[in-house]
Each structure stands twice: as C-alpha cells, then as structure tokens.
Design a protein around this ligand. Sequence first.
Ligand SMILES: *Cc1c(COP(=O)(O)O)cnc(C)c1O
Length: 393
Amino acid sequence: MTSQQWQERYSGAVMNTFGPPKLVLARGEGAHVWDVDGVEYVDLLGGIAVNALGHAHPALVAAVTEQLTTLGHVSNFFTSAPQVELAERLLSLVGPGERGGRVFFTSSGTEANEAAFKLTRRTGRTHLVAAEGSFHGRTMGSLALTSKDAYRTPFEPLPGVVTFVPYGDEAALAKAVTDQTAAVILEPIQGEAGVVVPPATYLAAAREITRDNGALLWLDEVQTGIGRTGEWFAGPVADADVVTVAKGLGGGIPIGACIALGEAATLLQPGNHGTTFGGNPVACAAALAVLDTIEKDGLLEHATAMGERLRAGLAADERVAEVRGRGLLVGLDLSRPVSAEVAAAALARGFIVNNPTPDRVRLAPPLVIGHDDVDAFLAAWPEILDDAYGGPQ
Ligand SMILES: *Cc1c(COP(=O)(O)O)cnc(C)c1O
C-alpha cells in the first residue's frame, strides 16, 4: 500500500475534519518518523507538543507494556497505584505548599478544561474572562473560552458568559474582572496563536487582579506544561487556583489532568463530574514514565539548550521578522504570509514543522531531539525559505 492509496481510503472512511493528511506515517524512533513509502522525516512538531520523549522511547514502551500486562483498566469505582502516584507527583511539581491540591484525570486537554469549567461554576458565579488569540479545545465548554471566530461561529450558542480581553494587556484584564467573575483562564504562552509570550509581569498581575475580585486564576498549561518550555510549567502555577495539563503528559498516550489548588480543590463534589477513561492505569503509568525520564535524563536543561540553539539559528535569516518562545516551544514570524509554503517546503526536504497562522511557524519537537537534528534543520532553513519565497531574496 502506497501513501496515495492510503490517502484515498482515508478520504472514503475518515470524517473530513482535518483536511487531507500531509503524510501517512508508519513508524517512529526518537525525533524521526518514516512514512509508508519509506521516506524519513525529522519531527519538529512532536505530535503538537505531545511526543515529549520522541517516538518509541524504551522507558515509555516498558511502562505501558508492564502496566497493560498487569492491569489495563478498572473504571472509577476503583483506583490503582499509578493513579494515586501520578496525582501526588503532579501536585509536588505544581508545588502549592500548605494550600494543597487535588487532581481530576481526563483523557485529553479539552476534557481537562471542561472539568475546570464545571469547577468554576461551583463558585456560584458564571462570568469567565479569557484572552483574544486563546485556544482551549473543541468541546462546547472549551470552545466557549476559545476566541477564534471560525471555530466558534458554527456552534453558537456556546455555554457561559465569557469576556475576551487582549492577551498581555493588564489594564484590559483589570477592567474586565469584577466581583461577579468566576475565573480568568490564560495560557502562560499562547500556543495555537503561534507561540505568543506575554509581558513578564502579566501573569503575576492576573493573579493579583483575580485575588482582589475573589475570582479563580486558571492557567491552561495543556501545551506549555510538562517540560515543554525547559521548566515543568511555563506559568506561576504554585500561586494559581486551577492548572490544566495534557499534551506532553503521556508522551503520546492520551491523558490530561485538571489540577485544583487550595480551596478550589474541593469545589467539585461527589456526583458533580465523571469520566470512564480518566485515570486509567496504563495512561497514568505512561505519564509517570514521562516524568521520570524528563527528570532522570535532564530533559529540562536539554530543552532549554536546544531551544536557544534553534531560536538563534532561525533568527539569523532576515526573512524571519521575530522569533519567540521558551525551551522547545518555538514560534516565529515571517516577513511575508507564506507559512503554508514554508511548511510544505520543509516537508519536501524532510522536516515536519507547523504553520498555525498565515505568517507564523511553530516548532515543538520532542524534548529528546539531538544537536544533529537541530543543526540539520538549521542548515536547510535558508533553502526552505528560498523555496517558499520563490528564490533567494
Ligand atoms: C491542544 C490544547 C488544548 C486542547 O487539547 P486536546 O487534547 O486537543 O483536547 C487546550 N488548551 C491548549 C492550550 C492547547 O494547546
């Protein structure tokens, strides 16, 4: 079966929500993947910030295999050691200290946000504040907090009373939050918007503004969390009320978590929320293996070093107007709106990158990516831009 034949079968059987797939992939190893025709690619997107340990990492394979051959699924009438251990581990990484916290496990980012959305309703308030450019997921609740009109409009009316404010603007946030506001939800760095980093004081100001109004501060770390930015979390999570994570947590095994801190941890009570798959022992064992490996192999430091190398190399070309991000969440602005052409040219040269907006390129490679792959991409970068811009500028 060739890629083309699989593409035809795909379009006949799989719902067309994503457009035609760019590749039909067969296997992966580390930061490399191969398609069914045997063509090799360097994966600089990592399943959109998911494959933290790359592909087929032995520690993840061993953890999942061992758990699945021991106990695969139990339902939430029961618990298992991996679930309890992972909840404790996440709380210790968030570090709320005396305030303490509790975790609700899910199978995706949007579900982690749904849990948090429902939690905010238990404050007795319904008003929420989110940011322009935000992305929080595609289920109805998360979509209500996502600003992009093209995603929202076909599905209105969406739940909730949501005010959108310009991202990074402290004064606008202070104006929008009142004593009727249940929560403010913010990404510490906006991922889907193309890696937008707010001013250094913004998240601390958000904490102050929410505290003054008795509102919860909810940080959506679904994309930025679990080492992506060279730290466990990109935002001041220890001071937050709710932190949601998913993407990198399971290293490719579906798992998310809504982590509530202090008094917010007891807002959801028995009967208020549930899930069949959330907290599944295999998913929790996978996440524990991801956390262990990040720690044991020094991947936070490695992500910081590789990210700096990438950003410096990418910025060297004058067709790059700005490079942003931290660690291995990298975004850049092109001098012209040719990001789709850049992604296509990169793919033709064996590199997977992403074009979240017409003039922005995003990279979120596995945290294990090596110098050799980074350098190979940077060596090809001027040629990729030549292809996309229609010749050297
Ligand atoms: C991807 C993402 C989500 C949604 O996660 P899914 O697993 O796709 O449901 C939510 N918030 C942020 C910040 C994300 O990047």
